[in-house]
Design a protein around this ligand. Structure first.
Ligand code: DQA
Length: 148
């Protein structure tokens, strides 16, 4: 089993730190990446951490995750609520997917209540700020070790 876990980030998450900090917190995506890398390393895993504002690039990265990693953690950002292409890409790979969000979309605007990605994921972690990433990582490692 590959000891790599992919963590993918969708549109506007490159602006974390300055983007609506009252909702998304003050940590940058690089801060979150560093935190995840360190936590994964402590458990003997590497991470591939990527962000794109482009739906098709995320589809390609999901396909790559299916080849190069054992589990996928994804914060699809706004594409959560719109993207059949991302849903299809997750369904097309055979590794487990965990959906994560910094905020709690279900407690926000009604258009955020629908998640296409949830329908292709093992589970969802949302509402814990940057900690959602670490909880997602724990969930992924738990799944992989339970499977081993
Ligand atoms: C988000 C929630 C989405 O609804 C939103 O479009 C985002 C970020 C989150 O992490 O809370 O861009 O995925």
């Amino acid at each position: 089993m590959s000891k790599t876990i992919y963590i993918l980030n969708g549109p506007n998450l490159n602006l974390l730190g300055t983007r609506e900090p009252e909702i998304y917190g003050s940590q940058t995506l690089t801060d979150i990446e560093d935190m995840c890398r360190e936590a994964a390393k402590a458990d003997g895993y590497d991470i591939g951490f990527f962000q794109s504002n482009i739906e098709g690039e995320l589809v390609s990265l999901i396909q790559e995750a299916g080849q190069k990693s054992s589990a996928l953690i994804i914060n699809p950002a706004a594409y959560t609520h719109t993207s059949v292409a991302i849903y299809d890409a997750i369904k097309a790979i055979s590794i487990p997917c965990i959906e994560i969000h910094l905020s709690q979309p279900a407690a926000r605007e009604s258009f955020r209540r629908r998640s296409f990605v949830a329908e292709a994921s093992v589970g969802t972690i949302s509402g814990f700020g940057a900690k959602s990433y670490l909880l997602g990582l724990q969930a992924a490692i738990h799944l992989l070790e339970a499977d081993a």
